[in-house]
Design a protein. Structure first.
Length: 278
């Protein structure tokens, strides 16, 4: 459901430094839900091709200089690769004062690093969304201990609200969020693909197998979110003694599915930390 434009952000102008896939997904959700109108959103990107793409597909204005974007924006999203952060901070540092709100969605880069590169002291909120924001089913975390005003955290939640579910965590846990929900869609797509491949192996058409696999994943997640039953209990509800499900679970356990997924979250978390130090 669309959010009334008459909110705390109605007079704000949003700027996105970086117009990649994540920024595009977020802009699309913000526009579709009328949180902020297209004529109040700017984007910059090092790639002229990306600037042209988001300008045409989202009907927003783009600029080729980050400083120009900052000058024209009240709320600035930092949506670049971690390796590009030092260059961007050096570029915008002179124009980012305390009247500006910076929302970082960069993996691995702590607020301390951002603050050090922005000596004029803008308010900073660190966040971590994921790509399902494209279909308004994202999972987003906000650093609850960000050195920003309470109303800034509320403004970020207003921006994120139509894009999915938002939680607040301590900043020290944002890397774990990155490893779980930030990278998680890739793990889920691998599971979806594998389930569909199993269906094809057993004779289903590719289209039917992918539809069944996708709906099964979505329905199972919704069942958990709406009931908040323990996942183990929900699993047992499907698992009859001597039945088909327990036979399948046995094979998954032989393949080490739990350890593999846990290891994936751990490895991605550690990589997020490494990127921040890099």
């Amino acid at each position: 459901m669309a959010i009334d434009i008459n909110n705390a952000l109605k007079d704000k102008r949003l700027g996105f430094i970086g117009a990649g896939n994540m920024a595009e997904a977020m802009i699309r959700g913000i526009i579709q839900n009328r949180v902020v109108l297209p004529d109040r959103i700017l984007a910059s990107d090092i790639s002229g091709e990306r600037r042209e793409h988001v300008s045409k597909t989202l009907d927003i204005q783009t600029v080729d200089e980050n400083r120009s974007l900052v000058d024209q924006s009240n709320v600035i999203f930092l949506a670049v690769k971690p390796q590009a952060v030092p260059r961007v901070l050096d570029d915008i540092g002179a124009t980012m004062g305390p009247e500006k709100l910076l929302i970082s969605i960069v993996a691995g880069v702590p607020i301390q690093t951002l603050s050090a590169g922005l000596p004029k002291g803008p308010r900073i909120v660190r966040t971590m969304p994921n790509t399902p924001v494209t279909v308004m089913e994202g999972a987003m975390a906000i650093a609850s201990d960000s050195p920003a005003r309470p109303e800034d955290l509320e403004a970020v939640e207003i921006l994120f609200r139509p894009l999915g579910r938002t939680v607040r965590v301590e900043e020290k846990l944002i890397d774990a969020v990155t490893g779980l929900s930030g990278s998680g869609p890739a793990y889920v797509f691998m599971v979806l693909e594998a389930l569909a491949d199993g269906g094809v192996k057993m004779g289903l058409s590719r289209d039917v197998a992918e539809t069944l696999a996708a709906q099964t994943l979505m329905g199972s997640a919704k069942l958990f979110l709406e009931t908040r039953m323990n996942p183990g209990q929900l699993k047992c509800m499907v698992t009859s003694p001597g039945g088909t499900t327990i036979a399948g679970i046995h094979e998954l356990e032989k393949g080490g599915i739990r350890a593999s997924l846990m290891n994936a979250v751990e490895a991605a978390t550690k990589r997020s930390i490494e990127l921040g130090k890099g």
